[in-house]
Design a protein. Sequence first.
Length: 127
Amino acid sequence: MMSKMEAATSGMVAIGTLFLNSIQFCVMFDSIVTHSFISTRSTSQIDLQHVKVETNYRIKLPNDSIVGCPILHKHVFISVGESIFYRDLDQFDLLDFDIILGMNWLITYGAKIDCKDLKAILIDEEC
């Protein structure tokens, strides 16, 4: 997992701020990861009980360790400016980020990561 400092200097991801249920969260847009995640810490700040599903999903980290993602939050809405984007988010004990939006989100919404300027470019918005 990347720290905020590593992400800011990697040239491979973009970092931004998005809103879930009107609460601001630190987000990393990452074209390397296949799924999208929300930190366990962040789920305690917003009410996602109505979209919570227990799972037995496991992920392999870059250091080859395998960790469980016991909860999936289905169809969570994320707002960027005036636009609303939906995504399933696996709950995971992230340290430096509240949310990671991976390839499943980037592909669904046609988003691109501008490595030079370290920003995510959406169809009609930039963040």
